[in-house]
Design a protein around this ligand. Structure first.
Ligand code: C2E
Ligand code: MG
Ligand code: MG
Ligand code: MG
Length: 285
């Protein structure tokens, strides 16, 4: 019997699982050092509204000195589990606000809004609101140009606390987008209570919008819902002109996606925005 139990215990610590665990521990450690060593960087993806770039979404990138580029889908969940998301999130917020402040005086770049993704764990920290205010004050960024992207799951936890935090930040001018919309379980009554500016149609509906009638219906329904609530509806993951024009015909005039650009490092992003800027109005004679 003891032997059988021992075997079970051994099976729990099988080599593969052990390897996975030490891999995670190593990544956590590298994330911690990487945050201090400057291995993280923000890329920016443009948001297009009626043919103009009006904003950017900041997306974090990790350049691991040995393993190379590690995508957010791999390290964000890990950072959420081990709590490092709090430090990473603060770094992201700070870096995005610094960028806003640097762009502020520029005639074209100074018009852009910058969106930052916020994890549930970060948002539900008691210190979240003061940290946002501190990032704004510490950098001199204009709160009205900062937009926070929240997910439906986040909004469902502790509804009253969530609304209170949003209302408080809204009072300073900070805007809110509901990211990945359609994949969660928001109730419509609840949606109406939130001080949102923007609904982002999840890219899973955009991908097959031309070939899957269900996705087309979902996309159109989100557009109608958002528009009737007075929100800007933004399609995520637009890769083809056909998708873009379908969405446009469905009343969705704002989008992000590879069709215009992948997320870019700052210099390339700035070049793209300046290329797309409308020419200055000719002087009247
Ligand atoms: P998200 O906020 O929904 O961001 C959109 C993702 O779709 C980004 O992936 C972006 O690069 C990708 N994308 C944009 N356009 C297209 C397209 O046309 N086609 C396709 N196939 N993909 C497109 P990324 O940068 O890998 O980020 C993945 C997720 O990781 C984000 O989803 C967000 O949830 C999370 N994330 C990224 N940066 C941060 C951050 O700074 N903080 C937090 N908490 N989460 C972040
Ligand atoms: Mg997002
Ligand atoms: Mg999204
Ligand atoms: Mg997502």
């Amino acid at each position: 019997e003891a032997k059988a139990a021992g075997r079970n215990a051994l099976r729990f610590f099988d080599p593969q699982m052990q390897a996975q665990m030490s891999e995670r521990v190593a990544l956590e450690k590298d994330m911690r050092t990487g945050l201090q060593a400057g291995h993280f960087e923000l890329y920016y993806q443009p948001k297009m509204v009626r043919g103009r770039i009006t904003g950017a979404e900041a997306l974090v990138r990790w350049r691991h000195p040995v393993k190379g580029f590690i995508p957010p889908s791999e390290f964000i969940p890990l950072a959420e589990q081990c709590g490092l998301i709090l430090r990473l999130g603060q770094w992201v917020l700070r870096a995005a606000c610094e960028r806003l402040a640097l762009w502020n005086a520029h005639p074209v770049l100074g018009q852009l809004s910058v969106a930052v993704n916020v994890s549930p764990r970060e948002f539900h920290e008691a210190s979240f609101v003061p940290q946002v205010l501190e990032a704004l004050a510490g950098t001199g960024a204009d709160a009205r140009r900062l937009r926070l992207e929240l997910t439906e799951g986040l909004l469902l936890q502790d509804v009253e606390d969530t609304i209170a935090k949003m209302v408080q930040l809204r009072g300073y001018g900070v805007g809110f987008a509901l990211d990945d919309f359609g994949t969660g379980y928001s109730s419509l009554a609840y949606l109406k209570r939130l001080p949102l500016h923007e609904l982002k149609i999840d890219q899973s509906f955009v991908r097959d919008v031309l070939t899957d009638p269900n996705d087309a219906v979902i996309a159109r329904t989100i557009v109608a819902l958002g528009t009737s609530l007075g929100l800007q509806v933004v399609a995520e993951g637009v890769e083809t002109e056909a998708q873009r024009s379908f969405l446009e015909r469905s009343g969705c005039h704002a989008w992000q996606g590879y069709l215009l650009s992948r997320p870019l490092p700052v210099p390339a992003f700035e070049d793209l925005v300046l290329e797309h800027a409308p020419d200055e109005a000719p002087e009247k004679v």
